[in-house]
Design a protein around this ligand. Structure first.
Ligand code: SF4
Length: 415
């Protein structure tokens, strides 16, 4: 265990027990996506001689080298292989990457090992191979049950692919080969309305995924969607409709037995993602691969987002052991408020060296949200109400960020 000076008292930083691995390859780039991805074309496959196979093999060598050269740590309790489209990798490639990780750190008994899968990029035999290789949780990128919407998003799969993949996952779970699985959907789509979204939710509930991640679509710089919006060709829902969509989601999923444990995440009892909780708890994690974010000691660091820059970064041999730097206060509050349990504000301030008079200024900024019932103070904990506060979280977080940047710019009140 390392100690970092967090402020008024040293903060104990435990070595990470979680790892994120980034597989950047996709068939094509979806119109809304600004992730670090390498589009390989619709026919790409890891099979030898197929388009993209050399690129994939070379990248995996680099990734495994990065894992081998990383700082030591205790056995991992959670592993998340995300992307990109990790289901472009063969079973043997997933097995090799997991073996590398296991050799470096070991996998703790009962570790959660999640693999992101994209409908239409794998079949039942491949899924069974991944499960035999040690994957026990799957995150399925469904996004929508509506073919016209999938087309508008630039997705390659269609509703029939999503339904077929979901049935394979259901039967793997029923046969106890798969511990849990999650379905991703996008909520605030171009042209969305409440009736259309209600129908989407009903289709998701009918598949009974143990976990659902429901995201708002965010307009990212450099994407096709950003250009369409600039031309006036994209009508995304405004704040009010987005909030109504989230309220509808929270109410309908609560009625179907899902707990709303984080702003975008819902789970049946016992199926909350352990790996996701690490991100929001402020605990550290290892991150490997092009564009991956790591936070081994709390503060986030991102790897380069292109193949060449990542290769160069590996060659420059980054220092494997980084000085302990805890996550800063504003980030810890932001990730904490995403969770149902919220944050112990004063305790965090003490950890991070934020003086109590400065905190009072933040509370004054939040007073209006308290009065409207969007923000709740329960003992020493602060949390967003569900669903109203979570639906309007952006406004609350904006006040936090404004307060934090003014505080950094201006004179500090004495404690
Ligand atoms: S499949 Fe996912 S990672 Fe790949 S381009 Fe589409 S949204 Fe981005």
């Amino acid at each position: 265990m390392a100690l970092a000076q967090g402020g008024n008292r040293p903060v104990a930083l435990r070595p990470p027990r979680s790892a994120y691995l980034h597989i950047p390859f996709c068939h094509r780039r979806c119109f809304y996506c600004d992730f670090p991805v390498v589009p390989l074309g619709d026919r790409a496959s890891a099979a030898q001689g197929e388009p993209g196979s050399r690129s994939i093999a070379l990248y995996l060598e680099q990734l495994r080298g990065e894992i081998r050269a990383s700082a030591p740590g205790p056995p991992l309790s959670t592993v998340y292989i995300g992307g990109g489209t990790p289901s472009l990798l063969s079973v043997e490639q997933i097995q090799a990457v997991l073996a590398e990780l296991s050799q470096r750190y070991g996998l703790a008994e009962g570790a959660e090992v999640t693999l992101e899968l994209d409908p239409a990029s794998f079949d039942l035999a491949r899924l069974q191979g991944y499960l035999r290789a040690g994957v026990n949780r799957v995150s399925l990128g469904g996004q929508s049950f509506d073919d016209a919407v999938l087309e508008r998003l630039g997705r390659r799969h269609r509703r029939s692919d999503l339904l077929e993949a979901a049935q394979w996952l259901r039967s793997a779970q029923r046969d106890a080969q798969l511990r849990s699985w999650s379905l991703d959907l996008i909520q605030s789509l171009p042209g969305a309305d409440l009736a259309h979204w209600a129908a989407q939710l009903e289709q998701a509930i009918a598949l009974a995924p143990p976990h659902l991640s429901i995201y708002d679509l965010i307009l990212e710089p450099g994407t096709v969607f950003e250009r369409m919006e600039a031309r006036g060709d994209l009508a995304l829902p405004g704040d009010d409709l987005s909030a109504d969509l989230m309220e509808l989601t929270a109410q309908r999923l609560a009625g179907a037995g899902y707990g709303h444990y984080e702003i975008s995440n819902y789970a049946q009892p016992g199926h909350a993602s352990r790996h996701n909780r690490v991100y929001w708890s402020g605990a550290g994690w290892w991150g490997f691969g092009m564009g991956a974010t790591a936070a081994p000691w709390g503060q986030r660091q991102s790897r380069p987002r292109t193949r060449d820059a990542y290769a160069q970064w590996l060659q420059d041999s980054p220092e494997p052991i980084e000085p302990p730097r805890p996550m800063p206060f504003d980030e810890r509050v932001m990730v904490g408020l995403r969770r149902r349990e919220g944050v112990a504000l004063a305790e965090l301030a003490l950890d991070c060296g934020v003086a109590i008079p400065a905190l009072d200024a933040l509370k004054r900024r939040w007073q209006g949200f308290l009065e409207r019932g969007l923000l709740l103070q329960e003992g020493n904990r602060w949390r967003l109400s569900d669903p109203e506060g979570l639906a309007l979280s952006n406004a609350v977080l904006r006040e936090l960020l404004d307060w934090w940047s003014e505080r950094a710019a201006g004179p500090q009140p004495s404690p």
